[in-house]
Design a binder for this molecule. Structure first.
Ligand SMILES: NC(=O)c1ccc[n+]([C@@H]2O[C@H](COP(=O)([O-])OP(=O)(O)OC[C@H]3O[C@@H](n4cnc5c(N)ncnc54)[C@H](O)[C@@H]3O)[C@@H](O)[C@H]2O)c1
Length: 267
């Protein structure tokens, strides 16, 4: 049985937050919540690989980070639902930055369609990206972290819908996110032994390109009306939570889900 000791109690806060020398992968990091997370992890000192389906947005995101610190970011064109591409993503991080310490599984899709109108292809696509994709990334990422022998952090972006359905039209999504929360907990149980700590962030409503499309504006208005804080979150507010979970500030946490929803689940 291996025990991974936390940094001493006298460690200054700035050191607890310092990710210098660490490498992070953020899936879906080109925009939205993933980009908010990539930016904060990078600011804390980590080298960041942005893995995204959209290569031009990914290049732009990596260029922004490199402008702040040279040779500290790159992007790969990755579909998290494809095992081969996921393995290539982890190899790229290792080859470019020398290892993998933080894996953020953020890429996800949320097509709004009623259960009665959902066809099998849509259901399978949502599960493929939101659940199988995280499975594949955790498999490849954890094997790398175990081989390195220095532990690691895995952060899965779930949703309040992992705990409670937010609205009609998200049955496929809720199936994927409930599954992801179960997956997160059991993998946390298994990987603690290796000093790999696995936690989740459950956002409520966050203003992103995905929630900015015209077809979901009624749903967004309905959501905001139910949020005690009366607003959507900014993507950076998820970056702040991710930084907490990626850093030594959360040294005694694994198998937890941080709900960041402006109080939405209270209603
Ligand atoms: N925005 C919200 O209100 C909200 C609320 C709760 C949970 N979430 C979760 O947060 C995550 C991000 O949401 P968002 O609103 O920022 O999304 P978004 O649509 O704004 O951005 C998603 C990013 O992921 C990329 N992506 C999509 N499919 C991919 C794939 N198969 N492989 C790799 N990259 C892929 C996209 O190209 C894009 O860059 C999702 O998992 C979502 O379920 C979002």
């Amino acid at each position: 049985m291996t025990t991974f000791a936390p940094s001493p109690a006298a460690t200054p806060i700035s050191d607890l937050l310092d990710l210098t020398g660490k490498t992070a992968i953020v899936t879906g990091g080109a925009m939205g919540i993933g980009n908010g997370i990539a930016r904060r992890l990078h600011e804390a000192g980590a080298s960041v690989l942005v893995a995204d389906l959209d290569p031009s947005a990914g290049e732009a995101a990596a260029a922004q980070l490199n402008a702040r610190r040279e040779h500290s970011a790159l992007c790969t064109k990755t579909d998290v639902g494809e095992a081969e591409q996921v393995r290539a993503m982890v190899s790229a991080a290792v080859e470019s930055f020398g290892g993998l310490d933080i894996l953020v599984n953020n890429a996800g899709i949320y097509p709004m369609v009623s259960f009665r109108d959902t066809d099998l292809a849509t259901f399978e696509r949502v599960l493929r990206v939101n659940l199988v994709g995280v499975f594949l990334c955790m498999k490849a990422g954890a094997e790398q972290m175990i081989a390195q022998g220095r532990g690691g952090k895995i952060i899965n972006v779930t949703s309040v819908d992992a705990l409670h359905p937010s609205m009609v039209g998200l049955a496929n999504y809720d199936a994927s996110k409930h599954g992801l929360w179960g997956l997160t907990k059991n993998v946390a149980l298994e990987l603690a032994e290796y000093g790999i700590f696995v936690n989740a962030i459950a956002p409520g409503g966050v203003a992103t390109p995905g929630t900015g499309v015209p077809s979901v504006q009624d749903a967004v208005a309905e959501t905001v009306a139910r949020i005690p804080m009366h607003r959507m979150a900014d993507q950076d507010e998820m970056g702040r939570v991710a930084l907490f979970l990626a850093s030594e500030l959360s040294s005694y946490m694994t198998g937890s889900q941080v709900v960041a929803d402006g109080g939405m689940l209270l209603m």
